[in-house]
Write a protein that binds this ligand. Structure first.
Ligand code: PAF
Length: 283
């Protein structure tokens, strides 16, 4: 696996591959890789000639400096996992390379509703940071396909919007959520959970699954939400930030289920100080 810290090294390598008409797949990450990330690398491996993974803990998407500081950075372990997954290139830029002019020069994207609700409401500025960093990475890697995990569903909509605004030709491949045996969605933050919180957090997916399976039993979306909140409330030392049922594409909250319209239940909950998100699509 090639490891590049500098854009020039990355460019020189990728240009040669592009001249040979090789297809480039890209998996952007902030490191602390788990099986969810590796499933993206494997999908890219199966579909593309060259797989680029970036590891960059993007400071502009953290609105809590403590969260940024506490973000795990096990780089040696990450490299080993990428080697095993047969990743072609690891791009490891530093902040000056991504933000040469510093933070005040971030572009302000009009992300509309996506930048106001759910994650955006809890984490002001977060999606502007995501849109900026992914734009800068895409400009450097210029992949045919960008692989993203569905756990961060709102992030995918934001990146789709940014790609549309910037008129970039990269396609997004949305990949399934990879879960622990208990159902807990894999996340780099899970390592910060105690053993009991880890076990209790299995209730997040169990609740989502229950709501999906039984949605016809509820008289209203409100009744379904209330049941979900009641069930999640059983997780000790936790605080539910939101549990919303939204229209799949727009993320507008829905009041009633409309046949043939896809919707999604999205949840964010803080367990023992660790913020976890998950979602399930209702089709
Ligand atoms: O999902 C992530 O890990 C990050 O938000 C991303 C897409 C790598 C941008 O920093």
């Amino acid at each position: 696996m090639y490891q590049f810290k500098l854009e020039k090294q990355l460019n020189d390598f990728l240009q040669k591959e592009k001249n040979k008409r090789k297809k480039i797949g890209f998996v952007p990450t902030m490191g602390a890789l788990h099986r969810g990330h590796i499933s993206l690398i494997e999908k890219a491996r199966a579909e593309c000639d060259v797989v680029v993974c970036s590891i960059f803990v993007n400071p502009t998407q953290f609105n809590d400096p403590k969260d940024l500081e506490k973000y795990p950075r096990p780089i040696e372990q990450d490299i080993e996992m990428l080697l095993k997954a047969d990743c072609t290139v690891l791009y490891l830029p530093d902040a000056e390379e991504i933000y040469p002019k510093g933070k005040p020069f971030l572009k302000k994207y009009d992300l509309g509703y996506y930048d106001k609700v759910l994650e955006a409401a809890s984490r002001p500025g977060h999606f502007q940071g995501v849109a900026n960093v992914v734009y800068r990475l895409l400009k450097k890697v210029k992949p045919e396909i960008l692989y993203l995990g569905r756990k961060d569903f709102q992030q995918i909509q934001v990146i789709r919007k940014m790609i549309e605004i910037e008129n970039i030709s990269t396609q997004i491949d949305v990949c399934e959520i990879i879960r622990e045996a208990s159902g807990l969605a894999m996340s780099s933050r899970n390592v910060r959970l105690s053993e009991s919180a880890w076990d209790n957090s299995a209730l997040i997916f169990k609740t989502l699954f229950f709501l999906k399976e039984n949605r016809n039993e509820f008289n209203s979306v409100k009744a379904l939400r209330d049941e979900g909140i009641k069930r999640l409330g059983k997780i000790s030392d936790s605080n539910i930030e939101y549990l919303e049922v939204c229209e799949l594409e727009t993320l507008q909250p829905i009041e009633i289920f409309i046949e043939k319209k896809h919707s999604i239940i999205l949840v964010a909950i803080v367990v023992e100080g660790v913020r976890l998100i998950d979602n399930i699509i209702l089709s």
